[in-house]
Design a protein around this ligand. Structure first.
Ligand SMILES: C[S@@+](CC[C@H](N)C(=O)[O-])C[C@H]1O[C@@H](n2cnc3c(N)ncnc32)[C@H](O)[C@@H]1O
Length: 227
């Protein structure tokens, strides 16, 4: 799973016609609020999300990388490129057809058909306690307030204290109430939240958040006392 050079230039038509778009579109038609888009992530966005995976090794144990909302694997391939050879990569996808499609690609990752809300049980099933990295391309701005908080609480608690969480967001919706709420939930959940620059050539234009220092107590997440 070492890093390889890859072309991240690929136009949306290629993205749409190649790589199992039919399966993706069918999933979007079945569950529009879960999938949230008609196109899988493009290679530049995938690479941006996966960049945090590089350098997670060197702890004396295999790094644990989790992708939640893996779809057909548009981001998974970038994660696999960046991950160390011995890393444990777990791709969680709720839609069975997309999960099957990802499994059939044999990328060397553990594909789990499940709701990401069950992440602690998924980690336990794979013999690990916490993840070093959690990458998410969930449709955050379609989630209600309770769902956003519930997912972030679960993910922060499932991270190593020095772990990192990344999320993609579509820039066109940046000023919507749901997107602003998501940003403030991130600020509530992590001590450090870094937005990245918008990828304007991505369809739709997108950016990512890179979040560190999960704020976790025995009771769950608390507000950072320093804010
Ligand atoms: C925007 S798509 C992203 C797919 C892929 N990662 C990509 O970048 O192209 C969101 C994916 O998250 C999945 N998803 C939504 N809610 C989920 C949940 N609670 N647990 C697991 N997967 C979920 C959807 O089925 C869909 O495949």
């Amino acid at each position: 799973m070492a890093s390889h050079s890859a072309s991240h230039r690929q136009d949306p038509v290629q993205r749409a016609l190649g790589g199992g778009w039919g399966t993706f579109l069918a999933a979007a038609a079945r569950s529009p609020r879960d999938v949230g888009t008609l196109l899988p992530s493009g290679p530049e966005l995938a690479q941006r999300l996966a960049a945090v995976v590089a350098g997670t090794g060197g702890t004396g144990r295999p790094a644990v990388v989790v992708e939640v909302g893996a779809g057909g694997g548009a981001v998974t391939t970038a994660i696999v490129r960046e991950a160390d050879q011995d890393a444990v990569v777990i791709a969680v996808e709720k839609d069975p057809a997309l999960a099957d499609r990802l499994r059939s690609r044999q990328l060397g990752v553990r594909v789990v058909t499940a709701d990401a809300a069950t992440l602690p049980a998924i980690l336990a099933d794979h013999g690990v306690d916490r993840a070093d990295v959690i990458v998410s391309v969930l449709p955050w701005s379609l989630f209600g307030p309770r769902q956003q908080r519930e997912f972030l609480t679960i993910f922060a608690a499932a991270l190593q204290p020095d772990g990192v969480f990344t999320a993609a967001a579509y820039s066109v919706g940046y000023w919507t109430a749901a997107a602003r709420r998501f940003r403030s939930e991130l600020d509530r959940t992590f001590g450090e939240v870094l937005p990245t620059r918008t990828l304007w050539r991505h369809l739709p234009p997108a950016m990512t958040y890179v979040c560190r220092r999960p704020i976790v107590t025995d009771d769950g997440i608390t507000a950072d006392p320093n804010r």
